[in-house]
Design a protein around this ligand. Sequence first.
Ligand SMILES: NC(=O)c1ccc[n+]([C@@H]2O[C@H](COP(=O)([O-])OP(=O)(O)OC[C@H]3O[C@@H](n4cnc5c(N)ncnc54)[C@H](OP(=O)(O)O)[C@@H]3O)[C@@H](O)[C@H]2O)c1
Length: 326
Amino acid sequence: MTGTVPRLLDDVVEASVVGSFSRLGPAVRRRLFRWEDAPPGALAGRTAVVTGATSGIGLAIGTELAGLGAQVTLVGRDAAKLVVAEEHVRAAHPAAEVTTEQADLARLADVRALTAVLVSRLPKVDVLVHNAGALVHDHQRTDDDLELTLQVHVVAPFLLTSGLLAPLRASGAARVLTMSSGGMYTQRLDVEHLQSTAVHFDGTVAYARAKRAQVELNASWAQRFPDAGIGFHALHPGWVDTPGLHSGLPGFTRLGPLLRPIPEGADTAVWLAWTPEATAPGGDFWLDRARRGTVHLPWTRTPPGEADRLWERVVGWAGIDPEAGA
Ligand SMILES: NC(=O)c1ccc[n+]([C@@H]2O[C@H](COP(=O)([O-])OP(=O)(O)OC[C@H]3O[C@@H](n4cnc5c(N)ncnc54)[C@H](OP(=O)(O)O)[C@@H]3O)[C@@H](O)[C@H]2O)c1
């Protein structure tokens, strides 16, 4: 059933917010749209790189992609956690081709080093998942002179995508997936206030602004690289019962059984990795295997020219212009 009635029902679910973001969303949509499982070996011969792969949604994505036959690189900042994550993937899929790379996205030098290693090791990258993220409540300035939330969610992924453009192009059908958040619906893109200062710092607002910026940049990548053979797709996972949710937004744990189990938070990212629906150049925003609007509140509409201002500012912060060599 993929006609008008299921879509209208889905619109009702989406408008309810709780019905959409909680575990009710995938429960309803799975039946409404008859979600298919990936064919066995759907990603055989493909390479995937997943950041934030030592915990929560990222670990589930890495595990699932390996189970579908992809050669997976798990990226994390903590060496001991990477060992455990690799063991987790191998325990789930003994034949998995899995390796790890250590990089703290709060250090752009780490991201540059990671990029160099990946470029030397992987002739092509078919799936790049920007999943790493955290909601922090204290203001932290990185060694790169950026606020931590902005750097980890926006600048570091931009630098990594830019550095991996050649192997992504070499894929011929690559997907770059960016894990945003439904929290982005609360904020308008405002480039001047993306770089939060210590005065009146609000971690939840900084996080939502960074997540909005991720969605805007995703669309800009698609617009600026229409012929690269790369699908750029942003998504949000709903409310997922992860260590990150417990530490960043403990109030949400009151939702208890309404929270999505981790595999349901990973589902759309895994699906975008294999489905023919994730076409290039993309630029869309997804939840539960469907494109979603990016504006729910009228005052969060992106002002004219602001997306281009964001791109230019991030080029400056990352110290790389991906269009220069395009
Ligand atoms: N859970 C939700 O309901 C929810 C909702 C909306 C969006 N999201 C997004 O989903 C993504 C995954 O979150 P999660 O809920 O699965 O949280 P999680 O369990 O805390 O996982 C976050 C991952 O990101 C890594 N990470 C954090 N800061 C990093 C840094 N500076 N450098 C490298 N890696 C870093 C963490 O590494 P460590 O293991 O070393 O901490 C961990 O592997 C995030 O982008 C989050 O914003 C989650």
